[in-house]
Design a protein around this ligand. Sequence first.
Ligand SMILES: NC(=O)c1ccc[n+]([C@@H]2O[C@H](COP(=O)([O-])OP(=O)(O)OC[C@H]3O[C@@H](n4cnc5c(N)ncnc54)[C@H](OP(=O)(O)O)[C@@H]3O)[C@@H](O)[C@H]2O)c1
Length: 247
Amino acid sequence: MTSKVAFITGSAKRIGACTAKRLHKAGYNIVIHCNSSVAAADELKQTLNNLRPESAVVIQGNLTDYEQLPSIAEKAKSAFGRIDVLVNNASAFYPTPIGTVTLSDWNQLIGSNAQAPLFLSQRLKDELTMNNGVIINMTDIHAAKPLASHTVYCMAKSALVTMTQSLAKELAPNVRVNAVSPGAILWPEQPLNEDDKNQILSEIPLNRLGTEADIADTIHFLITAPYITGQIIAVDGGRSLGATSKA
Ligand SMILES: NC(=O)c1ccc[n+]([C@@H]2O[C@H](COP(=O)([O-])OP(=O)(O)OC[C@H]3O[C@@H](n4cnc5c(N)ncnc54)[C@H](OP(=O)(O)O)[C@@H]3O)[C@@H](O)[C@H]2O)c1
């Protein structure tokens, strides 16, 4: 039997890498995608191939470069000759206080978080339709309740939420399209101060950060849930419910 194939963008490290390992464990062959983290991607490929020979490949490309998207999609498809799952995980994340926003910020943040997911989905829709495939988009609880000074990032994730719902209608019944909306899982790569970390923790009813495995398990669940489409599943320890105070 031919193994199913999952293509996960931005999967060299962190949540993407954990998702790659989770889906690999479930039997998928994995197309690992990276941009700058080539060494980490190669190491992950090696780890997965040691567990099951010829079950993982790496493709590299900059998702904010529109001209590269067709070849990234094509390389992903030809790696194992099929794609069953597309996880739009890659993301740029940084503040853009109003007054400082540049066209380059717009291109980085909209390009990685919204434009690339749209055009990769479009490129791969026939393949996914043929395979009764699944698209999972990684959004953010701040798509609905914006994070101060992150207007462009929040706009991008908000567009990705709408794209999830819209493509769920348009690609039904053959392709299901859902999103996972993480709360605070890993601290961002740009360091936060202790006060900011404590403030975030105080807003989480379950009183802890989530884990990469919490997200990867939810992605796996959505891939295997045949009657769920167009849904945005918050995995945030209850943070999106609002204030934790009992007053
Ligand atoms: N971490 C959290 O707590 C959290 C919270 C809410 C939402 N999320 C969402 O969950 C997903 C995973 O989160 P994460 O923290 O693991 O992500 P991350 O580490 O911030 O980013 C994942 C990968 O995206 C890739 N990427 C960024 N810009 C790119 C570009 N122009 N072209 C190609 N790849 C690009 C990077 O690949 P290279 O390293 O190879 O350059 C990076 O390793 C993201 O969509 C994020 O927005 C995460």
